[in-house]
Design a protein around this ligand. Sequence first.
Ligand code: COS
Length: 386
Amino acid sequence: MDFSLTDEQELVRATAKQFAHEVVAPRARESARNARFDVELVGKIAEQGYLGAIVPREYGGAGLDYRTYGLVVEAVGGVDSAMRTVISVQTSLVCSAILRWGTEEQKQAWLPRLCSGEALGCFCLTEPDTGSDAANQRTRAAKVDGGWRITGSKMWISLGNHAKLALVFAQTDPEKGHRGLAAFLVDTDQDGFQPQEIHGKMGLHASDTASIALDDVFAPDAALLGEVGDGFKVAMGALDSGRFSVAAGCVGICQDCLDESTRYATERRQFDRPIASFQLVQAMLAEMRVKTDAARLLVWRAGWLKDTGQPNTTETSIAKLFATEAAQWCANEAIQVHGGAGYVDDHPVERHFRDVRVTTLYEGTSQIQRLIIGRSLTGINALVPS
Ligand code: COS
């Protein structure tokens, strides 16, 4: 693997960093304080081409490879995880699934609108009683004339209140287990699609998070993504992309914690000298640097595997596990370096500390990533009784 970036990657990275610092960062604190999902800013992110970064240009996307997409996600994730979540969900969970499984008609119908930001998409897998055990969907899809009727409830759905398109997973035949699952491209204007905002989150206050009731929602036959029975693979494939995106966003958090802590430690004086001169503070900065570099290299490796068409589920889980845990650690240490100043939102590390907490939970907990890595080593699926 070549670690040097191409001229194009350098340019995309520099542009994304500038956009993140000049356009996204100045709005992040107020949006978080007011728990405001910044629709206008989502539009600006779309104009940059970031909502369909990996979608080919023929469908309205930016046509980037995964490594370059990761640089964009890192840049935005370094200043605002709520807006980074929009990119991750729209691009990795929804667009990637349509790209991989969609018919030409489905691609033409949705990808240009998703890439331009005209429509937002949400990924409806998790349910109140179905989290890690994703195959165990309680939502049911029943065949009717011309389509399907879907009934159930979904939980923790990012963009669920604003989405025009919902990628909904449902069970068509409980006896078949994960092989009975199907994925549907549901228009959220359909009767019976009822999202409700979730309040009281620890972080990601500026992110739109919904619970969704599906009450006999109609999806025409043309809305089926893949075949009946493909649903679980649609979900897992999308999560391979989504986990990459979360990991890249967490590299951004690591880097920002390091940058902010280094700046603060250099300016802040105690005992007549900058606190950066104390070895114990330098040790914290050094450890942050090590974790940031390691997380970034793991993300780049996963991206390189994706770009070269190689299997990457395990390496993506390794990147997601390491980068999310590293980002939590860095955010915690960054507050330690900032002292009392880090406990209020004058400094972004306060927001990073709250926002990063969900990253070891969503798109597969750290425990699920370890199970995936463990089974790749042993060939034993710990979830199947032996
Ligand atoms: N890509 C494509 N197919 C995959 C896949 C992947 N990454 N991972 C698994 N599959 C396929 C398997 O090949 C298998 O196919 P067959 O039916 O042809 O044999 C099928 O899916 C079932 O796989 P598996 O036996 O591994 O399923 P398990 O139920 O044992 O475990 C885990 C799956 C635990 C890995 C999965 O449920 C998971 O990732 N859970 C976490 C869910 C999650 O991330 N939720 C967050 C929601 S988004 S916020």
